[in-house]
Design a protein. Sequence first.
Length: 117
Amino acid sequence: MALEKIIALYEQAAECDGEVVRPKEPNWTAWANEIRLMCVQDGRTHKQICEMYSRVSRDPFWCRNVLSPSKLREKWDELSLRLSPSVSTHTEKREDPYFKASYDNVDYSQIPAGFRG
C-alpha cells in the first residue's frame, strides 16, 4: 500500500513539472525509506505527509522544488510555515476583524502559566 502512495506522489510531481519528457524513474527504495523515516524518526503520519505534499503540489514555486520525499523531508519545517493554511498569500491590506474584538470573556486558565504574559 505504501508503494502505491509513493507512485501517486511521483505521478503528481510529473504532472506539476509540466515537462513534455517524463522525469527519469526514481529510486523507489530510497523514496520508500524517506517516507519511513518521516514516520519513524520525525513522527509524522502518512496523512500528514500526503496533506503536505498536496499543498506543495498546488504551489507554483514549491511544486518545482520539492520533487521527492527526501526534499519534502528536508524542507518540512519551512514548508509548514510557508504553506500553512493560516498564512495568507495576499499582500493587500485588509482590516483584521479580530483586532477590534473584545477579549474580556476569554478563558485564559487553559494556557500554561509561562505563556500567559
